[in-house]
Design a protein around this ligand. Structure first.
Ligand code: FES
Length: 109
């Protein structure tokens, strides 16, 4: 696994979900409290862009069908739903380790 610099700490706004790329992998980067999280940008349900989603604590919520994924583990906390139709995401969200060195944020891919 290689750690790739994806942003500086100053780029990250608290509560914002930022698109970044590491070694060709499209990721989201976000900070909740003192912890920075990196995860795949595509929702594991139908591939919607999770950078357009929202945060609920340390989880990201997909705006399309409201599936909710823990940003630390990628575990599905809430399955997708369309009106009254319950659906299933095939997998959890892939998450990546993050390191901060000086003022730079690195993601292991
Ligand atoms: S595409 Fe994300 S919940 Fe359906």
């Amino acid at each position: 696994m290689d750690y790739v610099r994806v942003a500086s700490l100053a780029d990250l706004g608290m509560g914002q979900i930022m698109p970044v790329e590491a070694a060709g992998v499209k990721l989201l980067l976000t900070q909740v409290g003192a912890t920075i999280y990196a995860a795949d940008r595509k929702c594991p349900h139908l591939g919607f862009n999770l950078c357009r989603g929202s945060l609920e604590g340390a989880a990201v919520v997909c705006p399309l069908h409201k599936a909710k994924f823990d940003l630390a583990t990628g575990v599905i906390e809430r399955d997708p739903k369309l009106l009254f139709i319950n659906m299933k995401a095939k997998t959890g969200l892939k998450v990546y380790p993050v390191k901060v060195l000086d003022q730079d944020v690195f993601v292991g891919v």
